[in-house]
Design a protein around this ligand. Structure first.
Ligand code: IFM
Length: 722
């Protein structure tokens, strides 16, 4: 028997209806399947809602916009119910009861409403929807109407809304609508990138009533005797020219074929696919219901965003759940979301890494455009792999715009991607991927760094000027300790990779090294850079100086600035934040997380933690989970748990106040990472063996997770007793 706690921790519910939290709940109730993401917008629509139907890879650079945006596609959700002439809306008549539940286990959203019309008829309306994991082009809805008091005449109107924009920016052109016998079809094209898209819907009603179909609507009208129920099944299919030359035909055929199978059968295949996902990705925590539910929620959101059959797309910083960052892909994917997928869904992880492989062209273009060699990955990336970071912010309250430098100088992303490739290879042992694709990423990004590092003749050392490390409050700094250390590590890895390739795959290695221009001279240069890379550090304490001059900045006592939600750079102003010793997010702490014991001795790690933890603002949602991970490794369990639960609830409780824009995907992936690498202490020994070194929160009775290690699925169960 499933325990009540087990049941509760799979369900995220909202009751009663709260119109003031519309945009928060729209995001957290997003359904998706790695192809599409559909926000939790209500079928009948509300003022201020933000209906959004996003699919991977469809970007468009609209005129007047600074950068490309992921395109909001026609909304397949609308279903309007009319009871005795009164249109159902939760602001009309009387809502007698309301509950909306996202079932994480089955990835399905259900809303139940008891509604009384002004004339006193009471109906129970149940709205169900899921984005099929078994057939990724399908969004399946069912709407059930039951007459509880009275026997009304009911009308159900279904449509696809094509009047959609990205927050008022239109991306679609050539919009056409067609309808016939219960089917709807909308076709359109993106106005710059010229992707063709089609959204089709097929319907069936559980009772006999011939539909009346107009160009933009399918209508059913029927009498509903008291205590009877009628349901409408609506199956929508989305295709684009990324999947089919004739997306209209593909969408119509898919919708009709699926409808013929029926709701229950579609749902059963969907649930079976989810059972497989959860079999490897679920984490079971005993003794902490809050953490248990939160980690299921965060894991769900990474899983619904991870492309399943597409290696030309990746996960944006806000998944497919909202407009934030215009769907752009950052380092968030490689260092925060990918680890969970590498260890629990390696096929999905491989898809994401292949996205970077396929976009090496864009990275090479960026390197060349900046006067460097090799591959320099863009800070923000879309479908083309070219740099898409905007250069200017939105206007500030005083009308001025701030220059955004991350696309120019936040260059550590190239190493972050290499890190993820190596992590995937080491955990999976997928030599086939590595030899054909992964090694090229690691090596060509090393070529970039070899051409980027600057030799300081006076000091006889290598340096990197004009960088932005993870802490984005301080821009264009010299010798970011994070970046310099990671570049040193990267070049060492590249040298080792070259040797491994030559030893194990000599022919492929020769060809690749020749193609990338990795000569003996270049390797000698990498060795020199790695040996002489400058990393600023206080020799007495072992504390790394985040960048040249950081220790001289003005110190602020952050404890006086509580309680606070706003970021410190917002409060202080962009310019002043540069001169203050307050950091946005884990930077040196991020380095500690990535390098683990290679960072330094336990005393050095503790000294760095003691220095940096009090001055971090957590202005970025990426920060708390990294702190949880490192604190757990330092056995600082109180801080570790505080940071873990903060990260885990960022979206569920809207702790950053901006969930409207979409899920904080890095925080979501980071929660799993903090648990696995932090509390469980999961890692690989030098000989490649998997090891654990638990440091669990004291109130956890047990934690169980599954991970793949070199193709073998292993179950790890740790208990409080050890
Ligand atoms: O990539 C992050 C960055 O580290 C902090 N600002 C937000 C970006 C997207 O999440």
């Amino acid at each position: 028997m499933i325990s009540p706690i087990e049941q509760r921790t799979w369900l995220v519910s909202e009751s009663p209806f709260n119109p003031f939290k519309l945009s928060h709940t729209e995001t957290i109730f997003t359904v998706g399947n790695g192809f599409m993401g559909v926000r939790g917008t209500f079928e009948e629509g509300y003022a201020g809602d933000l209906a959004s139907t996003l699919v991977h890879g469809i970007f468009n650079h609209a005129e007047g916009d600074l950068v490309p945006d992921i395109v909001n596609l026609p909304n397949p959700l609308p279903v309007h119910i009319v009871v005795d002439g009164e249109v159902f809306h939760m602001t009309a008549g009387r809502v007698l009861g309301y509950r909306r539940t996202l079932d994480l286990k089955r990835a399905a959203l259900t809303r139940e409403v008891l509604w009384r019309t002004t004339q006193g008829v009471v109906v129970k309306l149940t709205f169900e929807r899921f984005a099929s994991l078994a057939a990724e082009h399908l969004l399946v809805q069912r709407v059930r109407v039951r007459a509880l008091l009275g026997s009304p005449k009911v009308e159900i109107r279904s449509s696809i809304d094509s009047a959609v924009t990205n927050e008022d920016v239109p991306h679609l052109t050539d919009i056409q609508q067609r309808a016939a016998e219960g089917d709807l079809l909308i076709t359109a094209r993106t106005n710059q990138s010229r992707y063709g898209i089609a959204v089709a819907a097929a319907h069936s009603l559980s009772t006999h009533s011939a539909p009346s179909t107009s160009a933009d609507q399918v209508r059913y009208t029927f009498d509903l005797p008291q205590e009877t129920e009628v349901s409408l099944t609506k199956v929508s299919a989305i295709y684009t020219t990324r999947q089919s030359k004739t997306p209209d035909q593909a969408a119509q055929e898919a919708a009709r074929a699926a409808l013929a199978k029926g709701y229950e059968s579609l749902f059963a295949s969907h649930c079976a696919a989810w059972e497989q996902y959860w079999h490897t990705s679920d984490v079971h925590i005993e003794g902490d219901e809050v953490a248990q539910k939160a980690i299921r929620f965060t894991t769900y959101h990474v899983l619904i965003a991870a492309p399943r059959h597409d290696e030309h797309s990746s996960i944006g910083a806000k998944t497919l759940s909202g407009p934030g960052y215009k769907g752009h892909v950052f380092w968030d994917t490689e260092l925060f979301m990918l680890p969970m997928l590498t260890l629990t869904q390696p096929k999905l992880a491989r898809n994401l890494l292949m996205y970077r492989y396929h976009n090496l062209g864009g990275a090479r273009n960026k390197a060349r455009a900046n006067g460097y060699e090799g591959a320099m990955f863009p800070w923000e990336s879309t479908d083309t792999g070219e740099e898409t970071t905007p250069q200017w912010s939105h206007p500030q309250p005083d009308g001025t715009r701030i220059r955004i430098w991350t696309g120019d100088t936040e260059q550590h992303i190239s190493t972050d991607i290499a890190y993820a490739v190596l992590q995937y290879w080491q955990w999976t042992g997928d030599d086939e991927f590595f030899v054909k694709h992964g090694a090229e990423i690691v090596l060509d990004t090393a070529v970039f760094w070899g051409s980027r590092a600057e030799y300081n003749t006076e000091q006889d050392r290598y340096e990197l000027k004009m960088q932005i490390g993870p802490d984005e409050y301080h821009e264009n700094v010299d010798n970011s300790a994070f970046t310099n250390s990671m570049v040193r590590w990267h070049l060492q890895q590249a040298l080792a990779v070259r040797q491994w390739l030559l030893a194990h795959h000599a022919q492929a290695a020769e060809a690749l090294l020749a193609r990338l221009g990795i000569t003996a001279e270049r390797c000698a240069l990498w060795e020199r850079i790695a040996a002489k890379m400058y990393v600023p550090r206080d020799p007495e304490t072992g504390v790394l100086e985040q960048f040249d001059g950081f220790f001289n900045l003005e110190r602020l006592d952050l404890t006086h600035w509580q309680p606070r939600v706003a970021n410190m750079d917002w409060i202080l102003g962009h310019a002043r934040a540069q001169g203050v010793m307050v950091i946005k997010q884990a930077d040196i702490v991020m380095l500690m997380a990535l390098l683990g014991e290679q960072f330094g001795t336990l005393e050095e790690r503790q000294a760095n933690w003691d220095f940096y933890y009090p001055i971090v603002d957590h202005g970025s949602s990426l920060s708390p989970s990294t702190h949880a991970w490192v604190a757990a490794r330092l056995n600082l369990l109180e801080d570790a748990y505080k940071m873990f639960i903060y990260a885990a609830n960022i979206d569920l409780e809207d702790l950053k106040g901006n969930v409207r824009d979409g899920i904080h995907a890095a925080a979501s992936g980071g929660v799993w990472q903090a648990l696995a690498f932090g509390f469980v202490g999961l890692g690989l020994a030098d000989n490649g063996e998997m090891q654990v070194a638990p440091a669990l929160p004291p109130h956890w009775q047990s934690v169980t997770l599954r991970v793949y290690h070199r193709g073998q699925l292993k179950t790890i169960r740790l208990t409080a007793e050890g």
